[in-house]
Write a protein that binds this ligand. Structure first.
Ligand SMILES: Cc1cc2nc3c(=O)[nH]c(=O)nc-3n(C[C@H](O)[C@H](O)[C@H](O)COP(=O)(O)OP(=O)(O)OC[C@H]3O[C@@H](n4cnc5c(N)ncnc54)[C@H](O)[C@@H]3O)c2cc1C
Length: 815
């Protein structure tokens, strides 16, 4: 009996000490006391007791005295670790070092500090930024006719190009002192989002110069001379920039570009100067065909050692005016009819002075570090934001269409199958917008969120793709036949562009989110790696010992907390102080997932070592768990920041439950495919001791989400806030009017139906003149909405296009 009590006490001590991650000294004292009790119970001889006590003292000394622990344990582990840890290339190192760690660090720790997150103030636009959105952005949206842009002109009209340049759209991130708008990341995001709800070509044209490119690189690394010359010109639209990295041989593996420059002497403006002879072949370059300033990445060599003692200096970024002899631009690709300017450019042995290198000759060879350093901010905004813009438009327009379009005498939005798809779109939109705001807010706090921007990029673009598929299904044939009356087909066409650019999604999911996250966001892994590879002697020994012992405690604590949370359905998992009763359990679930994820990530790294990098099916799923926790965190924060609006709760509930369920599926996928089977079983017992308890979102909640999209009012306006709401007589303007008319006419429709059912000879006779007029107006609008375009036989042929274009030119001139 006493033995059983002692065993129970030992188990309790183990669980409590590990749960609260108590220090080694506390463990040592507890083990001493338990050991003493065990010896007393066992009735050992004095000699045996003395031997055991001596053994304990030696073990405790080795573990607790750092110099002994280092000499006997951790230095040996360090030696093995150094042997098995693969060397990192310079470009890998620069990618890992780039950017900052923010909320991802908390999620990786297994103990997210919710109070810290909720204390971050809700991001807000300044008055000036709001005025820009309500003024020039609204005006620009109204100027854009998507059919004219994507079909008739295959380009933005000249007046739209000019407006973009004149109003400073190309210089949103350039500070005011250089003549730019100096906008916050949130404002930059709000502008791109609004434009994306109207014209993707316009949005992309504005987005690219404000993302990774000459402007951003100059701001961080340019010489004063470069900044003072180029930034005001970029801000005022006197230069159209592009950035050319991708080569036919190097897309995802961009660091492998074969484009090369050789340092040499040459004649520049009549004088012999030191410069570079550069040969390149680039493709897919956005704004490339019309650019005046080409940001060019190439590998620089110095075979004659004219500027360095190294031959291969590495990737270098230069600014090349496109009117330089030998620069070839102008040809276009056609990226899925999205028609923003995109094309190849090339040059052979083009001589350029060294001071065209961004940052000057001191920055020769530092191009990769510069690119990685600047990548996060742009990636956090451009594609996540344009995806949110797209889905906001989908929510508003698909909801309206589903109310206006009727089949089987019912608005299609009320048919359960359609409702299911519409509810999904609405809930994804809420979560996506929450993620957009939180990620842009992080950039405004000074973060360069390398991993979080990858999460936002991947999951926003994938959710946009899923939403546009749902929206296409709801629209049926109306979405398929292109023309000025189709507001959705171009969005469907362009979805894969966002998936491919700024890090193609498969690679982003499998290599960046977890791969970079595991090293960068983990509290100890990077310290261990640095100790092993970059430090020597006593410094390395001390750093590794500290990181390794803390790491061991971290794994143990996360393992025990995972089990306890699993057994108690997260009843004791941390939540923020004073959070709302409706969302409290979601915080608990994420805390539980965070502990499970941190534990599983560590065990996976231990079990698979460097091979985990190649096991992309496992690392991709680990990345999914991390991503879902981030999306849920953003959604919960949004709910708090917006003042806990009850009408939005269905959107929170559906999207959070969906993400938690996805995270659970990802964990299940990892455990089912974990290569070390006994370990997999142990992990499953620890993570899911009561089985897999998360369930998919409920149909009832899905209906409530669909209702938000189907019902005019504050909830629908909030969900689609920040989008351009058309009021004119184009297709979407008519759709908005038809939607309002359809809703307003429902009592009249009901009256008519009842009269018909009652066998009235002329049901119309029961309507007042006013009701009749209202009904007729609704019908006129409805017929316009369901209209699908048709074209003459020669539609799209060259001669027809030419005729159309000359007609347009005449009408623009006349205007
Ligand atoms: C419309 C458009 C605009 C663009 N704009 C620019 C621009 O302005 N400037 C510029 O420099 N570039 C630009 N790009 C290039 C873009 O960044 C590349 O297309 C992208 O990096 C992918 O390269 P790729 O198309 O050659 O695909 P590939 O590299 O051939 O990749 C093909 C597939 O393999 C996957 N893959 C590759 N490596 C891995 C891996 N290790 N693990 C798992 N999966 C992997 C990718 O995810 C992808 O799904 C643009 C591209 C497009 C289409």
């Amino acid at each position: 009996m006493a033995g059983l009590a002692l065993a129970a006490a030992a188990l309790a001590v183990f669980l409590l000490f590990a749960y609260f991650a108590l220090p080694l000294v506390a463990w040592t004292i507890a083990v001493a006391l338990l050991g003493w009790g065990a010896c007393a119970l066992a009735g050992f001889s004095v000699t045996a007791n003395l031997v055991l006590a001596a053994a304990f003292v030696v073990a405790a000394a080795v573990l607790n005295l750092a110099f002994l622990r280092r000499a006997l344990i951790t230095n040996q582990i360090l030696a093995v670790y150094r042997r098995i840890l693969p060397d990192m290339s310079q470009t890998e190192k620069e990618a890992i070092d780039a950017g900052t760690v923010w909320w991802d660090g908390d999620l990786f720790s297994g103990k997210p500090d919710w109070d810290k997150l909720l204390a971050v103030p809700a991001p807000k636009l300044s008055e000036e930024e709001q005025a820009f959105l309500d003024g020039p952005v609204e005006e620009l949206c109204a100027m854009c006719d998507d059919w004219e842009i994507t079909h008739e002109r295959q380009d933005l009209p000249p007046q739209v190009w000019q407006f973009i340049k004149d109003k400073g759209f190309l210089g949103m991130i350039i500070p005011k002192k250089f003549g730019g708008l100096g906008f916050s990341a949130l404002a930059h995001s709000a502008v791109v989002m609004k434009l994306s709800t109207r014209s993707s070509a316009t949005a992309i044209t504005v987005m690219v110069p404000n993302s990774l490119g000459p402007g951003e690189l100059l701001l961080h690394y340019g010489t004063d001379e470069q900044k003072n010359y180029y930034l005001p010109r970029l801000a005022k639209g006197l230069e159209v920039p592009c950035f050319a990295l991708t080569n036919p041989e190097a897309g995802s593996d961009a660091a492998a570009i074969p484009d090369r420059g050789v340092v040499c002497k040459g004649i520049w403006q009549g004088k012999e100067v030191l410069g570079m002879r550069v040969t390149w072949d680039k493709r897919y370059i956005t704004l490339g065909p019309v650019a005046t300033l080409l940001g060019l990445a190439f590998r620089l060599y110095d075979p004659e050692k004219l500027i360095s003692d190294k031959e291969d200096l590495g990737i270098t970024c230069a600014l090349v005016p496109t009117n330089t002899p030998g620069v070839n631009i102008g040809r276009r690709h056609m990226p899925l009819n999205a028609v923003f300017q995109n094309g190849p450019n090339w040059g052979k042995d083009v001589f350029m002075p060294l001071d065209w290198i961004i940052g000057g000759r001191d920055f020769a060879g530092k191009g990769w570090m510069m690119l990685m350093g600047c990548l996060a901010a742009g990636r956090a905004i451009s594609l996540p934001t344009s995806s949110v813009g797209g889905t906001k438009a989908l929510t508003r327009f698909t909801g309206a269409y589903a109310r206006v379009r009727a089949q089987f005498k019912t608005p299609i939005g009320r048919l359960e199958g359609v409702e299911e798809a519409l509810g999904r779109i609405a809930a994804h939109t809420y979560m996506m917008d929450a993620t957009r705001v939180m990620t842009a807010g992080a950039v405004d706090l000074g973060e360069k969120p390398a991993v979080l921007s990858a999460i936002a990029k991947y999951h926003m673009t994938e959710r946009a793709r899923s939403c546009v598929n749902d929206a296409m299904d709801i629209h049926g044939g109306k979405g398929i036949c292109l023309g000025p009356n189709n507001w959705i087909g171009r969005g469907y066409q362009i979805a894969p562009v966002a998936i491919t650019v700024e890090g193609a999604n498969i690679l982003t999911r499998t290599l960046i989110i977890f791969g970079q996250g595991a090293i960068r966001c983990h509290p100890y892994v990077l310290r261990e790696m640095r100790a092993a590879k970059e430090m020597h002697g006593a410094e390395a020994s001390r750093e590794f010992d500290d990181a390794f012992t803390s790491h061991a405690g971290h794994v143990l604590s996360n393992g025990v907390r995972t089990l306890v949370y699993g057994l108690t359905k997260a009843a004791f998992a941390p939540i923020p102080e004073g959070c709302s009763a409706e969302t409290r359990h979601y915080y608990r679930h994420v805390s539980r997932l965070s502990a499970a994820f941190a534990f599983l990530a560590d065990v996976s790294m231990l079990a698979m070592g460097g091979a985990l990098k190649r096991k992309e099916k496992i690392s991709g799923r680990l990345g999914d768990v991390l991503s879902m926790m981030y999306l849920v965190s953003a959604t919960l924060k949004r709910y708090e920041d917006m003042g806990r609006i009850k009408a939005d709760l269905p959107l929170v509930r559906w999207s959070v439950r969906d993400a938690l369920y996805d995270a659970q599926q990802a964990l299940d996928g990892i455990l089912s495919n974990f290569p070390v089977k006994p370990l997999a079983r142990l992990l499953r017992w620890t993570i899911f001791p009561l089985g897999m308890t998360f369930r998919p979102p409920l149909d009832k909640v899905n209906r409530e989400c669909a209702q938000i999209a189907l019902q005019p009012g504050a909830a629908r306006d909030r969900l689609t806030a920040g989008m351009y709401v058309p009021r004119g007589d184009d297709a979407t303007g008519i759709l908005e009017a038809a939607f309002s008319a359809a809703v307003a006419c429902e009592p009249i429709d009901k009256k008519l139906r009842e009269a018909q059912k009652g066998g009235a000879a002329d049901p119309w006779a029961i309507l007042t003149a006013e009701e009749n007029a209202q009904w007729q107006r609704k019908e006129t609008l409805r017929k316009q909405v369901i209209k699908v375009d048709d074209f003459p036989q020669d539609f799209g042929r060259a001669e027809a296009m030419q005729r159309l274009s000359s007609e347009k030119t005449v009408s623009v001139r006349a205007a």
